[in-house]
Write a protein that binds this ligand. Structure first.
Ligand code: ZN
Length: 301
């Protein structure tokens, strides 16, 4: 259930990793067998791009807004959890935040009686539901047919239990390889990556997650996608503190010329992705953005 930094490395990705925390031994072992000139060329490319993540997905994860505002989009993976996701929904409601939930099919079809009401709340409270596959496989290591089925079954299961068509997918672990690229292309999909990853699934510390996220948001310059996990107690503990910090930080910024940190509401971002006419119509309709109608969700790119 846990994301890890999946590295399907080409030279650029390896060098990006090296750039972020390497020692001389790593660098020299990397240099071994590579002509210095071509190494330099790759290094220059990697630095110039500056946007290649360890997993090879572009960052920032989504297009920047026209306004160039500082905005954070909340996304939660691996749920739903009957108990923890419900608590998370309470926090989001209290702070008027609408998020994207990347659900796992076998979690969504849980026999636990508390699961269906959680899914109902997600829809009723204006969140966007998306696919995180049926069984959360590493789609780069799974045989092609198994990986394809994991993606397709996840979508089918979540659509069946929620009654909503899904447009977006996040590949487990953010794993990227030629197989995943092909599977996505065949389906006209793109992987919804992230910018901020507090790794709370690994250290289980709400404190660490809070410190990382607020530290990053304090420095953010544009739009950022935050990845957390609604099945992790550390997420449930950190989220109210993060949202309160944003309010307090904005109050501090109001007294200076610093830009506010805004929440990018998931349905508003979805509306941006719609074909021009439809997006404009939705924005005018106002209410339509609050809860995405089925018809609209169907045409999401
Ligand atoms: Zn996941």
């Amino acid at each position: 259930m846990r994301p890890r930094r999946e590295v399907r490395q080409g030279d650029a990705a390896r060098l990006t990793r090296v750039k972020h925390g390497a020692n001389l031994a790593q660098l020299s072992s990397l240099c071994y067998g590579i002509k210095v000139r071509s190494l330099l060329a790759v290094l220059i490319l990697a630095l110039a791009a500056g946007s290649v993540t360890a997993a090879g997905w572009p960052q920032p994860a989504i297009e920047q807004g026209d306004s160039r505002d500082i905005e954070v989009l909340f996304t939660f993976d691996d749920g739903p959890s009957p108990l923890l996701t419900a608590k998370l929904l309470d926090t989001l409601k209290e702070h008027h935040v609408q998020a994207i939930f990347f659900l796992v099919g076998n979690m969504a079809q849980s026999k636990d009686k508390r699961t269906a009401p959680v899914l109902e709340r997600m829809k009723a409270e204006g969140h966007v539901i998306a696919n995180h596959t049926q069984n959360h496989l590493d789609e780069c290591r799974a045989p092609l047919e198994k990986a394809a089925a994991d993606i397709d079954n996840g979508k089918a299961t979540i659509e069946r239990v929620t009654g909503w068509p899904l447009a977006w997918i996040r590949i487990p672990f953010g794993a990227r390889c030629a197989q995943v690229d092909q599977l996505l292309a065949d389906r006209g999909l793109w992987h919804f990556h992230w910018d901020l990853d507090p790794q709370e699934w690994q250290h289980h510390s709400a404190d660490k997650a809070f410190t990382y996220v607020t530290g990053q948001l304090a420095r953010a310059r544009g739009r950022v996608v935050l990845l957390m996990h609604d099945i992790q107690p550390a997420t449930i503990g950190a989220l109210p503190r993060i949202l309160t910090w944003i309010d307090e930080e904005n109050a501090r910024r109001a007294t200076s010329k610093k830009k506010q940190i805004k929440i990018l509401q998931a349905p508003a971002y979805a509306a941006e992705k719609l074909p021009n006419g439809l997006g404009g119509w939705l924005r005018e309709a106002g209410e339509g953005i609050q809860s995405l109608p089925d018809l609209v969700a169907r045409v999401l790119p």
